[in-house]
Design a protein. Structure first.
Length: 704
């Protein structure tokens, strides 16, 4: 049936930090988006969107949208602004940046992350601008960097099992992941596999929705995943469950690995993980069962600890030991992002950086932004521009983050859709476009398609996309390079290297006509059935020379939690509960947390606790409690499920991330998390955290 003349559909892509990168179809009537649907012709999406994005028009047309540039009129953090023009806003930003750059451009810092995953709006003109300016580099480590580095040390790149192949896997191990909430379309494939008889096992300290729906749930202590993986290797080798031919042909360092795991008995791992030795034995035997190819879905939760890189590295070795890579529905999947030949150089133009021996490049780790803003550095950070992120809410040790942003001598620019916690600290606040209002091109970290996002509607009010803002600033700063005049579509056409073996087939004309293209890989896709790992040796590296050269143990190993009952007994005596803050089902990081539908669905900040831990503290279900350590405190409503505890004993969980100003006490879970870094890549360690919990006699938390 044809649409009325005043109604049409537009191809779009969900831009949020989720593996699925869903293909969307937007119905537009008289210039207004009236319906958001999943595209039915894209194999991974198959017409289905998550409950958040299915209501995306509510986000786009929210009465909370920022629609005009504004300038601060109150104290920092109060969130009081007066409307100004775009010319006034951009002229002041350019003037302030130019003045700082004349002395030392490294005093200026960009701060962005995955508010949009688009290659154009997320990481193109903005990077060009700050490179040309000579600003400090931001190391974007906050989510996945430790796990990336650990995985690459074994596999060589973030390549793995095709997500669509999970539908045929006979055994699926979900490790540190909750796909029911955060990887919906992979879960659909897992459900298909279960209908065919697959056994699904979930490893997670929290009894997540995925754990509830799995056949078996194992709950190790946070930060002990590497110990479990090493014990699995011990059993596989001891009991002859390895694929010796695959090991001989396609791996390196097996003899050294065998010696390393000899002492990692199930009993030793049980002492570290809190699991039983019998459960570890059973898991290893099931995983290594002869004649069956198992698929592992591993995710970033387990990399947010002191030993996150080592844990990911150890787990990534398992499919090569068993030869599960031989089958398309065996192996392991962390991310598909390494499947794409993204031309970062063309998008970001690092060659624009004005290298000067007197001003060597300076890097700031985003996971330590609190300390970075408060330290007396040379030079101190005097200006920060925040876009695609909400650091006051999402960065660890948030009391320090707020103190840093509250500095009166810090010039803060925020480009946003909504007045977030971070926006309250802005000197200049700029309105951003939503995904329905700008052009972009997307890869994915949960499937193997490239997709295009066409603007469905005109920008609301005076909202402008990232690319427009940075083009305008570049013009005002006198940057004359041709790359600052390129349109979004011209930038997008440079996104993928034509010489790349998997994305060289991407054609912009086809992409814009069809809306999507699968990478040039076979179906089914078994990336390492015959080796060919993108490591220096071309093999799965049980022994990594690359790590050895970095001064890191070259073999799989266990790095205990920095804050753990066995590794730090003195701290555990004071704060005996391991704390994790996994994503809420109704939020996506801090996105959607301000919108009534999702805020009301979540209700209030919650803390899940085991019944025995609650009883020991005299706490009851539904009670308002205080969660605290030496870094800070926040409040939540206690949930104690006596029939099916939401967490294992000695662990508490606070589904996150609430905006601080909407949480009821002005704080959220990051009041207690640490800025300490993981063992690889400078990653954040949100889940390496000890706390105590007690009752609270203060005013009740604000209702939704």
């Amino acid at each position: 049936m044809s649409l009325p003349p005043d109604r049409h559909t537009v191809r779009a892509v969900c831009p949020h930090d989720c593996p699925d990168s869903c293909a969307m179809q937007i119905t537009v009537e008289n210039g207004r988006a009236i319906k958001v649907q999943g595209a039915t012709d894209v194999p991974i999406t198959r017409g289905t969107l998550c409950a958040k994005v299915a209501h995306y028009e509510e986000r786009t047309y929210s009465d909370q949208r920022l629609l005009y540039p504004m300038k601060r009129v109150g104290k920092k953090g109060e969130g009081r602004f007066a409307r100004i023009s775009w010319d006034e806003a951009l002229d002041e930003i350019a003037e302030r940046f130019a003045k700082l750059a004349a002395t030392d451009p490294r005093s200026i810092l960009p701060y962005s992350y995955a508010g949009t995953m688009g290659l154009v709006q997320g990481s193109s003109t903005d990077r060009r601008f700050f490179h040309r300016l000579g600003a400090s580099f931001l190391d974007r480590t906050i989510c996945a960097e430790a796990g990336f580095q650990g995985y690459k040390a074994s596999i060589g790149a973030t390549l793995g099992t095709d997500p669509e192949a999970f539908a045929n896997a006979p055994y699926i191990l979900i490790w540190g992941a909750n796909p029911v909430v955060s990887n919906l379309h992979l879960w659909a494939r897992i459900v298909e596999a279960r209908r065919k008889g697959a056994r699904v096992v979930c490893i997670d300290p929290v009894r997540s929705l995925t754990a509830e729906k799995s056949d078996w749930h194992l709950a190790p202590l946070p930060g002990t995943d590497a110990a479990l993986a090493l014990a699995i290797m011990h059993v596989l080798i001891r009991d002859g469950l390895c694929d010796e031919d695959y090991i001989a042909r396609y791996t390196t360092g097996f003899a050294a690995l065998k010696r390393r795991v000899h002492d990692w008995t199930p009993e030793r791992a049980a002492a570290e993980t809190g699991l039983t030795a019998a459960a570890i034995e059973q898991l290893a035997r099931e995983y290594g069962q002869d004649g069956r190819h198992a698929a592992i879905r591993v995710n970033y939760g387990l990399n947010r600890c002191a030993g996150g890189g080592a844990a990911m590295r150890a787990i990534a070795c398992l499919p090569a030991l068993t030869g599960h890579w031989r089958s398309p529905h065996g192996g392991i999947l962390l991310s598909t992002s390494g499947s794409y030949g993204v031309d970062d150089h063309a998008l970001e133009r690092p060659d624009l950086y004005p290298y000067d021996e007197r001003l060597p490049p300076r890097h700031v780790n985003m996971s330590r932004i609190g300390d970075a803003l408060l330290e007396d550095r040379d030079p101190a950070i005097r200006a920060i521009m925040v876009y695609n992120s909400n650091p006051v809410a999402v960065a660890p040790d948030s009391n320090k983050v707020r103190a840093g942003f509250a500095r009166e001598d810090l010039f803060v620019v925020v480009h946003e859709l909504f007045q977030t916690d971070t926006a309250d600290y802005a000197d200049i606040l700029l309105p951003a476009t939503s995904q329905l209002e700008h052009w972009d091109i997307h890869k994915s970290y949960g499937h193997l398609n490239v997709m295009v996002n066409e603007p469905a509607i005109a920008p609301l009010g005076e909202a402008r996309p990232n690319t427009w803002v940075f083009r305008e600033l570049a013009h005002r700063m006198g940057f004359s390079e041709a790359c600052f005049t390129e349109s979004d579509e011209e930038i997008g056409a440079q996104a993928f290297r034509k010489s790349h073996p998997r994305s060289g087939n991407i054609d912009m004309t086809t992409l814009r006509t069809q809306g999507w293209q699968r990478l040039d890989v076979p179906t089914p896709f078994a990336p390492f059935a015959q080796g060919g790992f993108p490591t220096p040796s071309g093999k799965c590296e049980f022994y990594s020379d690359t790590l050895a050269q970095q001064g890191i143990d070259p073999l799989p190993h266990f790095v205990p939690p920095r804050e753990g009952p066995r590794s730090n007994p003195e701290l555990a005596a004071k704060f005996p509960l391991a704390f994790v803050s996994p994503p809420s089902r109704h939020f996506l990081n801090s996105s959607f947390a301000n919108l009534p539908r999702f805020k009301d669905a979540e209700g209030r900040p919650w803390l899940d606790m085991h019944p025995q831990d609650a009883s020991a503290r005299g706490l009851e279900d539904g009670q308002r409690v205080r969660i605290f350590n030496d870094r800070g405190a926040f409040h939540a409503t206690l949930r104690v499920n006596t029939e099916a505890p939401g967490v294992r004993q000695s662990v508490v969980s606070a589904p996150s991330i609430w905006w601080q100003k909407l949480s009821g006490d002005g704080c959220n879970a990051n009041a207690v998390t640490s800025q300490a870094l993981a063992d690889m890549g400078g990653g954040a360690t949100f889940y390496d955290c000890l706390v105590e919990v007690d009752d609270d006699d203060g005013p009740p938390a604000a209702e939704s």
